[in-house]
Design a protein around this ligand. Structure first.
Ligand code: PMV
Length: 342
């Protein structure tokens, strides 16, 4: 919160007036966070295998914090219309994802006082669709609220706090969603290991298509957990094959051999089918994309519904998108993973 001559003068004469002046002149603070796609390695990444993810800037979550002029110090009004939430922070259950994000900021910053505020959350990222909506909401809240309190939270801290919220969404998150969304860069991610950013040699155009089927990550992750407990050898084998694919894909992406990436996506999708996290709708749309000329396609994220991604030539994207829409997709959009500035 900045200061000017008038507020300095008021502070010496009347701290209360100074505070009111400060709040009145304080702009609303907002922060955005992108969505994400998983190019390779979902689910296997929970079991220690590497995975590749990239931010998707065409969709985002946004948190806006504005002061409440006559509010009581410490009041944080939370408004999130898309999840039908309107309540004070203290009225939210302690394990509510938004409450956990706010509590994390308070724990790190330990502010002496919190000027009453309204925290408004909105998002263009579909919920339960594998595009990282939960992590993006957390990151936007953490950044906007800490800024409102006049303090900076480092990226590693944002990442740690967002990870805590991911644990609410599903008990055993790998951490890939919060990492790629916090840093907004393509990552080669391995659970519990230092973050490795991917050096993308040539841009990749991906078509993202939504089956329209709501699918919470927690359900898919739990299904895999049960299946793994029942058939550990089979599932360990699938996970390692996926890990090898991620490693090969990293090499192809970093050396610019993009024409060989598509077949790896197809193979990753087959392994996800074997794992039991695909669905007839995802399989159908993956086939449509490949027959329409995509270089490769797979589900992305938790699966059982949600979105698939298809690697395409930029010029082919509108035609393939039209075929997908004509075959049951409810929404499509393209995203580009840009080449890194090495
Ligand atoms: O949140 P989603 O649906 O994008 O899935 C995240 C990826 C998983 O590997 C399925 C889970 C995880 O924690 O890595």
């Amino acid at each position: 919160m900045g200061s000017d001559g008038r507020s300095d003068l008021l502070r010496t004469q009347s701290p209360e007036l100074a505070l009111r002046y400060k709040l009145k002149t304080m702009p609303a603070i907002s922060a955005f966070a992108p969505g994400k796609i998983i190019l390779f390695g979902e689910h296997a990444v929970v079991y220690g295998q590497p995975a590749i993810a990239a931010p998707v800037t065409g969709v985002h979550a946004r948190a806006i914090v504005s002061p409440i002029l006559n509010g009581l110090s410490g009041q944080i009004r939370v408004i999130a219309p898309q999840i039908k939430t309107e309540d004070d922070y203290h009225g939210l259950p302690v394990d509510h994802p938004i409450a956990v994000a706010i509590a994390g900021v308070l724990e790190v910053l330990k502010p002496v006082r919190i000027p009453a505020c309204e925290l408004r959350i909105s998002s263009t990222i579909p919920i339960g669709a594998g595009l990282g909506s939960g992590a993006a909401v957390s990151v936007s809240i953490i950044r906007a609220f800490s800024k409102y309190l006049g303090r900076h939270i480092s990226d590693p801290q944002v990442n740690d706090l967002a990870y805590r919220v991911e644990q609410i969404h599903h008990g055993t998150p790998s951490g890939i969603d919060n990492t790629v969304i916090t840093y907004e860069k393509p990552v080669y991610f391995r659970r519990g290991q230092p973050i490795q950013f991917l050096q993308v040699n040539k841009p990749l155009t991906l078509l993202i298509a939504d089956t329209g089927i709501f699918s919470p990550t927690a359900v898919a992750v739990e299904n895999v957990r049960k299946a793994y407990n029942e058939q550990p050898e089979k599932y360990s084998g699938i996970f390692s094959s996926i890990g090898e694919i991620s490693a090969q894909a990293r090499h192809l992406i970093e050396s610019g051999q993009s024409e060989q990436i598509g077949p790896l996506m197809n193979r990753n999708h087959e392994l996800l089918q074997e794992m039991g996290v695909s669905s007839s709708e995802l399989d159908h749309l993956v086939n449509i994309a490949c027959h329409a000329g995509a270089q490769g396609a797979k589900l992305s994220g938790g699966g059982l519904g949600g979105n698939l991604i298809a690697l395409v030539q930029t010029l082919d994207a509108p035609r393939i998108a039209a075929e997908l829409m004509g075959s049951g997709a409810v929404h499509t959009f393209t995203t580009t993973i840009r080449a890194s500035n090495i």
